[in-house]
Design a protein around this ligand. Structure first.
Ligand code: LLP
Length: 404
């Protein structure tokens, strides 16, 4: 996204023309940005040569997954649906890991049949279920076990996953017990320790703590793991004032860890790869002026982009055409949904805008479209990708006919 003569361009196409052609609301992705993000993620961890498994939950568009696959990247999936779409995108099963606390019998069986790299189990009951299926098939299955390291990732409360009070992973003592119990298992091969402490993490220190817990557990258990799956969680800058993660430090911490342990590192990034590749284009339907505020009523609502309503998270909203006329009054950017939480942003001042103007909601590539719904019986927006100066619809706008 860049400005030329006060107008937003996505790569070299004026955003206004995209909105004109495809209507609003519309998700719009830049392939160039995606490529840059993948290259810089790879570069940041070049010295440790990790297996990168894109977290499909952050964006499961088939065409995007196909593009990502071309960079040699695998997938982190959490359901049969995500596994199916990853395979359909041509991702090598030996680069797919399956996480999640509630995998069903059917999902585990399917994953085993597809010969994926590993299933990361999150409870003793799940491990028993996998063992049962393996026994039935008379096959030895590679699995990972997810550790709950009891660490505060210092991120949004609603997306933290690494504390004992969170439902994810297995606590240290239990983890060690399970390892011992399965040492000579005929049907399970524990090849991986996995861990993921939360999302939108911008401070390297929780990661440092996480690695020291992993280090301690490996030493205590004396178990030989082939893989250590460090999850994802790397945060992005949703606004200019936000902090960004110090990848150099994180990489150094892992390098130090690898001097002691001969293992392959797996990462499961989602947001850091895809979040800032997309904007949501939306039109101002009405401007309602009250004594205290101007309500900027948009044609995108919380059903199109749920993050602000769900987590109180902030996305910048930028007019496609900038001007210098500032209105010093509270501006609430709201959607048409009949819920008070259907509000994207509240600002103390904003440039003068008019009804029918188009705005871009920034950084919506991760946990944007995947969280969209048909609430208020509204259709889901299309997804468009700009690649090499051409516009491609990578998911069509839903039609009311198809949901009624
Ligand atoms: N691995 C595991 C096991 C996860 O649970 C997640 C995210 C990831 C990897 C990818 O994390 P990332 O690199 O994208 O931070 N909907 C929320 C975020 C939920 C994250 C869930 N797990 C949001 O919009 O902020």
């Amino acid at each position: 996204m860049n400005f030329k003569k006060n107008k937003i361009y996505i790569e070299n196409i004026e955003a206004k023309n995209i909105a004109k052609k495809f209507g609003t609301p519309s998700y719009c992705y830049s392939f160039n940005k995606l490529k840059k993000n993948i290259q810089s993620f790879k570069n940041n961890f070049k010295s440790i040569n990790p297996l990168i498994c894109f977290s499909v939950k952050s964006n499961s568009n088939l065409q995007i997954l196909k593009e990502i696959r071309k960079f040699g990247i695998g997938a982190d999936v959490v359901s049969k649906g995500e596994l199916l779409i990853a395979l359909k995108a041509g991702i090598n099963p030996k680069k797919i890991v399956f996480s999640g606390i509630g995998k069903t019998f059917d999902e585990i069986k399917f994953a085993i049949e597809k010969n994926i790299l590993l299933i990361n189990a999150e409870s003793e009951s799940e491990i028993n279920e996998i063992e049962k299926i393996a026994k039935n098939k008379n096959k030895k299955i590679d699995i990972g076990i997810r550790l709950n390291p009891n660490i505060n990732a210092k991120t949004l409360k609603k997306i933290s996953t690494g504390k004992n009070e969170d439902k994810f992973g297995i606590e240290e003592l239990n983890f060690l017990k399970i390892l011992k119990k399965l040492k000579n298992s005929k049907y399970l091969n524990i090849i991986c320790l996995s861990v993921h402490i939360g999302s939108q993490i911008t401070d390297y220190r929780p990661y440092e703590k996480m690695i020291s817990v992993v280090d301690k557990i490996i030493k205590k258990s004396k178990h030989k793991f082939d893989f250590i799956d460090l999850g994802g969680g790397m945060g992005i800058k949703y606004d200019n004032k936000a902090k960004s993660l110090n990848y150099k430090k994180y990489n150094l911490i892992i390098k130090k860890f690898l001097k002691k342990h001969n293992v392959k590192i797996i990462f499961e990034p989602g947001r850091s790869i895809i979040a800032d590749t997309a904007v949501l284009l939306t039109k101002i339907i009405y401007i309602k002026k009250t004594n205290k505020k101007n309500f900027i009523i948009l044609d995108a609502g919380m059903n199109d982009l749920m993050r602000p309503a769900l987590y109180g998270s902030t996305h910048q909203i930028i007019p496609l055409k900038k001007n210098n006329k500032v209105i010093n009054k509270i501006h609430d950017f709201v959607g048409p949904i009949c819920e008070s939480t259907d509000k994207f942003l509240s600002l103390k001042k904003y440039q003068k805008v008019n009804e029918k103007d188009i705005l871009a909601i920034y950084d919506v590539g991760a946990y944007g479209m995947v969280l969209s719904s048909n609430y208020n019986l509204r259709t889901k927006p299309p997804e468009i990708m700009i690649k090499k100066s051409s516009l491609r619809v990578i998911l069509k706008r839903q039609k009311l006919n198809n949901i009624i």
